[in-house]
Design a protein around this ligand. Sequence first.
Ligand SMILES: Nc1ncnc2c1ncn2[C@@H]1O[C@H](COP(=O)(O)OP(=O)(O)OP(=O)(O)O)[C@@H](O)[C@H]1O
Ligand SMILES: [Mg+2]
Length: 340
Amino acid sequence: MSIIEAQGLTKTYQNAVKEAGLAGAVKHFIKPVFRDINAVQNVNLTIEPGETVAYVGPNGAGKSTTIKMLTGILKPTGGTVRVNGLDPYRDRMENTKRMGVVFGQRTQLWWDIPVSESFTLLRDIYAIPAKRYRENLEWLSAMLGLADFMGSSARKLSLGQRMRADLALAFLHDPEVVFLDEPTIGLDVAVRERIREFLKKINRERGTTILLTSHDLDDIRDVCGRLVVIDRGTVIYDGKLQELLDRCVRSRTMHLRLTSDGKDFARKLGTHPDCEVRVATESEVSIEFDRFALSAKDIINLANASGDVMDFRIDEPDIEVVIKNVYEGKLDIGSGGIAR
Ligand SMILES: Nc1ncnc2c1ncn2[C@@H]1O[C@H](COP(=O)(O)OP(=O)(O)OP(=O)(O)O)[C@@H](O)[C@H]1O
Ligand SMILES: [Mg+2]
């Protein structure tokens, strides 16, 4: 059985339209006017146990709204959703016991009490057996480095400490699935790296299913096996990141270091319909080529025929550029677009 199954999942918010001033307030009171915001429209999403899925999209795309429906915070206005076979909104209590959630912008910690007491409170709420609680706390604490601030109140923690504590709380009760809404927002490189390592390890060792949203593409590249892109409430891509890159990035660039003269090399290589050579320095050239027409091996062969190649490297496609183009609608990912 799939761990998450959403069919035609839809959420429409009704925003009050108010005119400014007292007259506007009175008018709204007498005859309120609402405007529909289609935050999530007809989303189909099936996730299997143990998957790590990145749910990405531009600001306002509907990511947090989807997560709120999957965690039972919001009731969908349309479609069906099952998490662990449960209706998250109707079976909210049972769903909560079997999942974890972190909203990077908010904390689950009780603000004024020591962090350690937030943990014991959650232990009691979830009725975690004492032995399991001790083992989990030790394991999570070692991985996320919680010991230094367990005695501090949440209000005194730095953002990175707070996020690590929130993550540990989300995993404390052995949830089968964890939703992470921007778990690395505002964190420094070292803490982000630590969190990514943690997520990979817990997924590998405990098989926890992870759905995360992030604007940090390293999180996606590093942690997630699957990428779901949402834009204006609709899923526009669902597949592997590499497949998206393969489909969308048509050109590759090979940089070559030569023992011979670069200009000479370029002249000998001449013009070719599917590649373009640029002389970078006297002994360095770059060849941009259409990877649907030529392979890297073809380029090496062409290069060897034109000069002495000492070393070469190929640029990886720039994920940032591809995702940005997807967001901006510049790529027709349905039929395999182009990005340069
Ligand atoms: N409580 C609400 N009431 C009315 N409209 C809302 C509410 N929450 C979100 N929206 C609107 O729904 C749309 C989707 O918002 P959502 O927060 O799901 O986006 P997001 O993808 O999480 O964006 P971000 O990357 O900025 O976090 C936006 O247009 C937003 O303004
Ligand atoms: Mg959001």
